[in-house]
Design a protein around this ligand. Structure first.
Ligand code: CDP
Length: 244
């Protein structure tokens, strides 16, 4: 993949989207039978799976916290998920993504209800096309609901990038790799409203005004994703009820 000459032509992006448009999203709840909660999610060309286990006993025991559950989050990229084969196993990038995502979920999971236990969140990237950490957070949120983990709300994640001086929602790979800036966000949504920002990372440069504008654009995108997360969860529980 080489740098495109222009990112926006006649108001349209390379994949035909307008600057404020998300990529198509598909969400399937309860995708894995062995996990306590799971989700398969597509966000454009990203394909990710989230599996949640717990609350369960912590091993080794010295890692237990007598006051609350510990949250573990592992982001992993399959070697075949990217253009150039990725070496299997953790690297600096996946450790960083796991850390910031875990911290975002710590703000939303009601950990105090489960002292001495662990809640494990595994996310596997099968195909990546920029924004894989945001797709994983969206999938993990749904998997946590599927597992019945009590939460203060739900996390919804999307990035905003700057290309040709224009802010664009949910950047794909060309925009992410060759754009002027990129900010992945995760929002805590409670009672249908955005309550706070749980994750914000930034790569590149934006002015103060652009950052404000980026937050508003990301919020708009997050509310659209939130509706899809909700619909997927409702659909699963309605189907379950019908089968009983
Ligand atoms: O995926 P995300 O945007 O959260 O993370 P990134 O570090 O900004 O990576 C952007 C994109 O670069 C990924 O989604 C992949 O498509 C690609 N990438 C890759 O091709 N090989 C890697 N080892 C890491 C990322």
């Amino acid at each position: 993949m080489s740098r495109p000459e222009k990112f926006i032509i006649d108001g349209k992006r390379l994949d035909g989207r307008t600057p404020d448009q998300l990529r198509p999203i598909k969400i399937e709840v309860d995708y894995l039978k062995r996990a306590d909660g799971s989700c398969y999610l597509e966000m454009g060309k990203n394909r990710v799976v989230a599996a949640v286990y717990g609350p369960r006993e912590v091993h080794p025991r010295h890692l237990q916290d007598p006051t609350k559950a510990i949250i573990r989050y592992r982001y992993n990229m399959a070697p075949f998920s990217v253009e150039e084969r990725k070496r299997p196993g953790p690297d600096r990038r996946s450790i960083e993504i796991s850390k910031v995502s875990k911290e975002a979920f710590e703000a939303v999971i009601m950990k105090e209800l489960f002292p001495r236990s662990a809640i494990d969140i595994f996310v596997e990237v099968l195909q990546a096309d920029a924004g894989s950490r945001t797709a994983c957070i969206n999938a993990a949120s749904v998997a946590l609901v599927d597992a019945g983990i009590p939460m203060k709300g739900i996390l919804t994640s999307v990035a905003v990038a700057k290309v040709d001086g224009v802010l664009v929602l949910d950047p794909m790979k060309e925009e992410d790799n060759y754009g002027e800036a990129d900010i992945p966000f995760a929002f805590l949504i409670r009672g249908g409203k955005i309550e706070s920002i749980a994750l914000l990372q930034m790569d590149g440069k934006m002015t103060k005004e652009e950052i404000k504008e980026a937050i508003n654009l990301a919020k708009k995108g997050a509310m659209e994703i939130y509706q899809m997360q909700r619909e997927a969860i409702m659909k699963k529980f309605i189907e379950e009820g019908e089968n009983e």
